[in-house]
Every structure is written in structure tokens, then in C-alpha cells.
Design a protein around this ligand. Structure first.
Ligand code: UD1
Ligand code: UDP
Length: 381
């Protein structure tokens, strides 16, 4: 009898990190994946689902313009509970630390169904940063039956908090499975992207992303001011900025940076296009979690526009550096990497600490071994 695995996700990064897992589950002879999108994101989610060709069984279509955390959480929890009653899964899989992941873990707990947490054990030392993700991921851990830690440091965090070593396994991060599936393809597809970006291809380029809630307001305005100064200081460098759709981000970004010749404000790039842009970039300025994990594989330095990170492995390897959102600091750090070859090459690492691109297969095998007895038990009653 096949293991019925309900895979729940709703935002762009979750879709990227769950896609290889769903594909691995589809290939496995003893697993039946059931895909439920919460639709916490819409356009940014749909492009990923389409790129990986995922078959969707349920779509809750939850996104509202400028949604608040509490109303999104309330609707998500209620609707996921309905999907769980209807699909009767043997286990439920969620990823990371979004509102969708929080609600998936809570709904699984209330329904007494084992929850598998992918990318488990990331921590900062402050519940407020990142906000609300640090809270979300700690709650997810409380309800989890199988913690899939991407690294040993994440495993250590969970063991330190008292979770049983039997339930915590280091699997690597599935983001590198997705990267492995896409990067060669997009290199081969380069002519399409060169046609789309004739001003960017083959030229020095800084790639920028920003979306963190704790950087809304002053943080995002400071970042834009730094980019404006850098664009004036280095007019031959192109600054490519795929702007997140959150109105708290796209509003100030367009207000401060629109109309500059070497600053390209573009809509959120579809995943394959973004992979190509990262591969083209000289360096990356970002507050994204996923980008901190992907960029070391492409040997691209990342300056992280945050004060703390739950991804210390890339910092320790020297592949990323925390620069906060003070514009003076951002300008200084970017200048250094653009003008000092040794400082730049010191950030190009040979080994990515986040895994080997085989995390999905490991997680599916583990889930199969651990939870297949659930449906055997159900049959025997
Ligand atoms: C969410 C996650 C964050 C994750 C980020 C990835 C939470 C609390 N936040 O933040 O952890 O790092 O996604 O990008 O779970 N919007 C659209 N179309 C889209 C997506 C977003 O228009 O496809 C706009 C909508 O107005 C929406 C708003 O962005 O209400 C905010 O979306 P939301 O998911 O609440 O927050 P993010 O900032 O995207
Ligand atoms: N990404 C993308 N298009 C973009 C920016 C990022 O496809 O314009 C991808 C990126 O490759 C990474 C993921 O989205 O895999 C990161 O998502 P995001 O930064 O929104 O969220 P976080 O990782 O911080 O939760």
C-alpha cells in the first residue's frame, strides 16, 4: 500500500524547495504525493509550479493584496484542516518558516498526523528576527515528527532544544536539488535570456533582491539610497533588481530608484530566469534566505542586507557577509568587492555547505521507512 504524503506549500521559495521533493515522491514506487497549494503567493508561486511541471491536487487560492499575518494565518489553518479531512494523508510535509509552513504544521498536529519538516532547525537568537519566520520555525519544530535538517549546525540547534536524536536527520537542503535540475538547462538556454537582456549579458552586474518584513520602512529606503549612490559611483556597472510584489517593497523601490540608466527595476524574475541572472552576476546584494544557499554553488559573493542570519554556514565559509541596511556600510562593502580582486576571490568558495543536490531522495526514503507503517496500522484496525 502506497504512503499518502500531503505536500503543502504556498510561496515562491517553498515551491522551489518542495518541487524536487514532489518529483522524487512521484518517482517512488511506494509513495503517492498529494499537492496542496495554499496560494499564499500567486504569480510568484504559479511560475515555479509551471516550470517544474507539478500536478496540483488542491489550490486554496488564499492570497489577498497586502495581506496581514493574522488573517492569512486564520484562513490558512481553517482551509488546510478541510483538505486534511478530505485527503486523509498518512503524513504531511511542509517546508521552512512561512505562514503556510506554520499552518501546515499546526493543522497536522490538530489532526494527529505526523508532520515532516523540511529545512528544520534554522535559528537566530532573536524571536523578532527574521519576523515572523523565527517564531514560525520554532512552532513548526514543536509539532514535527521528522525534522529534516539541512546541515549539522541545524541538527545541533534541534538537539540543544531537546528534540530526540532519533527524529532529527541531516539531509541537505532541497534548494540545491532544484538548482541542479535548473542550472545546466538555463546555461543551455542562455540565448533566450541574452535576447531578453541585451544590456546585461556579459557585463559587470550587481543583482539585488529584498523582501524581509523587518526591512520594510527604513531598511528598504536605506538599501535603495545605497544602490542610487553606487549607480552614480560605478556608471558602467549594471544594477539588476527584480522587485518583490509586496507593496511595502515595490512602492518605495520604484519611488526612489526609477529612471536611472544603469538600474534595471524588473518584475520578480521567474525562477529559471533568476538562476540565469545569478549566474551572470558579479555579486549579489540580498536579504533572501534561498539566495544565501544557492549563490555559493555559482561562486557568487552575497552581501546579506540583514543584521543576523540563520544561515551561518555560508558566513563561516566566507561566501556571504552580513552588511545590515546602513547605506554607508553597504556602499563601502560593495565598493570593496568591485575594486579589490583578492577580497572578491576570497568569497568564491569551492564547496557549498548546504548539500549535494540529493536531499529530496533522502527525505522521501526516510519518510517511507518511518511512516509506511501508519497505513499498515490503519488497515489492521
Ligand atoms: C512571504 C513569507 C516570507 C518569505 C517570502 C518569500 C510569511 C509571513 N512571509 O513574505 O517568509 O521569505 O514570502 O518571498 O510567510 N504578492 C503578490 N503576488 C505574489 C506574491 C505576493 O501580489 O505572487 C503581494 C500581495 O500583495 C501579498 C503581499 O505581496 O499580500 C505579501 O505576501 P506575503 O506572502 O504575506 O509576504 P511576503 O513578504 O511575500
Ligand atoms: N528567486 C526567483 N526570482 C526572483 C528572486 C528570487 O525565482 O526574482 C528565487 C531564488 O532563486 C530563491 C528563492 O526565489 O530560490 C528565494 O525566495 P525569496 O527570496 O522570495 O524568499 P526566502 O528564500 O528569503 O524565503
Amino acid at each position: 500500500m502506497s504512503l499518502r504524503m500531503l505536500c503543502i506549500f504556498g510561496t515562491r521559495p517553498e515551491a522551489i524547495k518542495m518541487a524536487p521533493l514532489v518529483l522524487a515522491a512521484q518517482r517512488h514506487p511506494k509513495v503517492t504525493p498529494i499537492v496542496c497549494l495554499t496560494g499564499q503567493h500567486r504569480e510568484m508561486l504559479d511560475q515555479v509550479v509551471k516550470y517544474f511541471g507539478l500536478r496540483v491536487d488542491h489550490d486554496l487560492n488564499l492570497m489577498q493584496p497586502n495581506q496581514t499575518l493574522s488573517e492569512l494565518t486564520a484562513r490558512c489553518l481553517q482551509m488546510l484542516t478541510g483538505v486534511i479531512s478530505e485527503t486523509k494523508p498518512d503524513c504531511i510535509v511542509g517546508q521552512g518558516d512561512t505562514t503556510t509552513a506554520l499552518c501546515a504544521s499546526m493543522a497536522a498536529f490538530y489532526a494527529r498526523i505526523p508532520f515532516i519538516h523540511v529545512e528544520a532547525g534554522l535559528r537566530t537568537d532573536s524571536i523578532d528576527s527574521p519576523f515572523p519566520e523565527e517564531f514560525n520555525r520554532r512552532v513548526c519544530s514543536l509539532t514535527t515528527a521528522l525534522h529534516c535538517a539541512p546541515t549539522e549546525a541545524a541538527q545541533d540547534n534541534l538537539l540543544r532544544e531537546g528534540y530526540s536524536p532519533n527524529d532529527v536527520v541531516v539531509t541537505g537542503n532541497t534548494v540545491l536539488d532544484a538548482l541542479k535540475l535548473s542550472v545546466q538547462q538555463e546555461r543551455a538556454n542562455s540565448s533566450t535570456w541574452i535576447q531578453k537582456y541585451p544590456d546585461i549579458a556579459g557585463r559587470p552586474m550587481v543583482l539585488i533582491t529584498a523582501h524581509r518584513r523587518e526591512n520594510h520602512g527604513e531598511g528598504i529606503r536605506n538599501l535603495c539610497s545605497a544602490i542610487g549612490q553606487l549607480a552614480d559611483m560605478f556608471p558602467k556597472i549594471q544594477y539588476v533588481y527584480p522587485v518583490h510584489m509586496n507593496p511595502n517593497i515595490c512602492g518605495p523601490v520604484h519611488e526612489i530608484l526609477a529612471g536611472r540608466k544603469n538600474v534595471h527595476l524588473i518584475p520578480p524574475a521567474d525562477y529559471p530566469e533568476f538562476i540565469w541572472l545569478m549566474d551572470q552576476a558579479t555579486l549579489i546584494l540580498s536579504d533572501s534566505g534561498g539566495v544565501q544557499e544557492e549563490a555559493p554553488s555559482l561562486r557568487k559573493p552575497v552581501l546579506v542586507t540583514r543584521d543576523s542570519t540563520e544561515r551561518p554556514e555560508a558566513l563561516a565559509a566566507g561566501a556571504t557577509r552580513l552588511v545590515g541596511t546602513d547605506p554607508v556600510r553597504i556602499v563601502r562593502e560593495v565598493c570593496e568587492l568591485l575594486t579589490n580582486r583578492d577580497a572578491y576571490t576570497a568569497m568564491q568558495v569551492d564547496v557549498n555547505p548546504y548539500g549535494d543536490g540529493k536531499a529530496s531522495e533522502r527525505i522521501i526514503d526516510l519518510a517511507c521507512r518511518r511512516f509506511s507503517h501508519q497505513n499498515q496500522l490503519a488497515m489492521s484496525h
